[in-house]
Design a protein around this ligand. Structure first.
Ligand SMILES: [Zn+2]
Length: 304
């Protein structure tokens, strides 16, 4: 028994090795105190969601963005405490990091979260422009960062300190699922220029033509009318398992359930130029997921 436990512990260490690509969370604009004051503990849950996603794309490298000489830029993003535009100026971004401004405000309606990559204006050489747009990844759009925000009014959130198992949380919306979904938008799924270049046809019958996604899906994939998600109800399998699950990147989630990244969601990342790494999932995920899937209220829309 002792020997068996030792093996498990070594395996766990290998799985949780630090990702090369890191989300750096910034709470400067958390003016609604979703992650501050009495809610400062919520940062732990967000950062765990970031680690979960970054472990899948840890093979991706991103160049640093270092202004200097004649090269400058003016980064901007949406203010995660208000939704307004926020100018950030001539900031520096470290290699292999994606800067995420996080907060919360009343998103209205049935929206649980919003997320997207930031923008910029740029002055300087073509290589400098490319370094910002592609971060050293050929012609694939890669983010310097962006913002995500969560509904702070009218949503009962389920925060889970161990997302490798799913407990029952009737009547609540799963923060982990929404956080990973919005981070996926921030890195480009449904939002960036590479994604747009892979859309064929016209809404509401447009499809996604990324080769990895089409192969994973066994055929063309219909997009949601907004063209930022798979069409509602698109199924795949939980990443690294054979367990069926609605994709994380369709536009809604059933209250009281969790969604993990699926193989189709990861294929989208591959089509966007990310190096996707297989991360083994605990077997308990598959066993426990079915418990929560019977409620019928659907809510979550993306914006941006
Ligand atoms: Zn969305």
């Amino acid at each position: 028994m002792r020997r068996f436990l030792l093996v498990c512990s070594l395996l766990a260490a290998a799985i949780t090795a630090p990702a090369q690509l890191t989300f750096v969370f910034d709470y400067t604009y958390d003016t609604g105190s979703f992650f501050s004051g009495g809610n400062i503990g919520n940062r732990t849950y967000l950062e765990a969601a970031g680690t979960y996603l970054s472990n899948y794309i840890s093979g991706t490298t991103l160049n640093a963005i270092t202004p200097g000489g004649g090269n400058s830029w003016n980064a901007d993003t949406f203010h995660p405490g208000t939704g307004d535009n926020q100018v950030l100026g001539n900031i520096s971004i470290a290699a292999n990091t994606i800067l995420v401004f996080a907060g919360g405000y009343d998103l209205g309606g049935s929206t649980l979260g919003v997320g997207g990559g930031g923008g910029y204006g740029v002055t300087g050489t073509q290589p400098w422009l490319d370094a910002i747009s592609y971060r050293g990844n050929g012609s694939f759009s890669m983010p310097w960062g962006g913002s995500i925000a969560f509904d702070s009014s009218g949503t009962s959130w389920h925060f889970d300190s161990d997302t490798s198992t799913t407990e029952t949380f009737t009547g609540q919306s799963d923060f982990f699922s929404v956080a990973v979904h919005e981070l996926m938008h921030l890195v480009g799924v449904g939002t960036n220029a590479t994604w747009d270049s892979l859309i064929s046809g016209t809404s509401p019958t447009s499809t996604f033509t990324g080769a990895a996604s089409v192969a994973e899906n066994g055929g063309v994939i219909l997009l949601d009318p907004g063209e930022g998600h798979w069409v509602n109800g698109t199924m795949s399998t939980i990443a690294g398992t054979a367990t069926p699950q609605e994709t994380l990147m369709d536009p809604s989630i059933v209250i009281g359930t969790r969604k993990y990244l699926t193989d189709l969601d990861l294929a989208a990342l591959q089509d966007l130029g990310y190096t996707v790494t297989a991360v083994p999932e605990p077997a308990t995920i598959a066993a426990l997921f079915g418990l929560a899937a019977m409620l019928s209220v659907i809510r979550r829309r993306r914006t941006s």
